[in-house]
Design a protein around this ligand. Structure first.
Ligand code: FES
Length: 145
């Protein structure tokens, strides 16, 4: 199987069996964003306690890449501090610009599959939508600290 096929399979797995889809009853942060190029929407909710992301969930209407990315993002940020999550957002954005990133710092796991999206510049906004929502929510929670 080629790397592209593997990446595609991982993305489809998250799209068809999204992790952390739904709402958090006692969520402390909710961010709704849309992709202006297509109008697709995502809502990311987090429960942040003492600067740590205890829970993250999402709801959305969008393409396979945007929803798979949201599923991967919510998996990756659970248990991270807000500062670590913001650093992860920065690394993800570097990855989307085609840069190699240090996987020792953050094990990418399934997120690596989104690297293939960099070959399709029009889809980069799909992949980054949930991450932009994470960034906004994390920054808001820092301002409210
Ligand atoms: Fe709308 Fe991908 S086409 S988010």
């Amino acid at each position: 199987m080629s790397l592209d096929d593997l990446y595609r399979r991982v993305i489809m797995d998250h799209y068809q069996k999204p992790r952390n889809k739904g709402k958090i009853e006692d969520g402390s942060v909710t961010v709704d964003l849309n992709n202006p190029t297509c109008g697709d929407k995502i809502s990311v909710q987090m429960r942040i306690e003492d600067g740590k992301i205890e829970e993250a969930k999402f709801l959305g209407e969008g393409c396979s890449i945007s929803l798979a990315s949201a599923s991967m993002m919510t998996e990756a940020v659970k248990g991270l501090s807000v500062d670590e999550a913001l650093l992860l957002v920065e690394r993800f954005s570097q990855m989307m610009q085609g840069e190699d990133i240090d996987t020792e710092e953050f094990p990418l796991e399934d997120i690596e599959a989104l690297q293939g999206v960099t070959k399709f510049p029009a889809r980069i906004k799909c992949a980054t939508l949930a991450w932009k929502a994470l960034e906004k929510g994390a920054k808001e929670s820092t301002n409210n600290r």
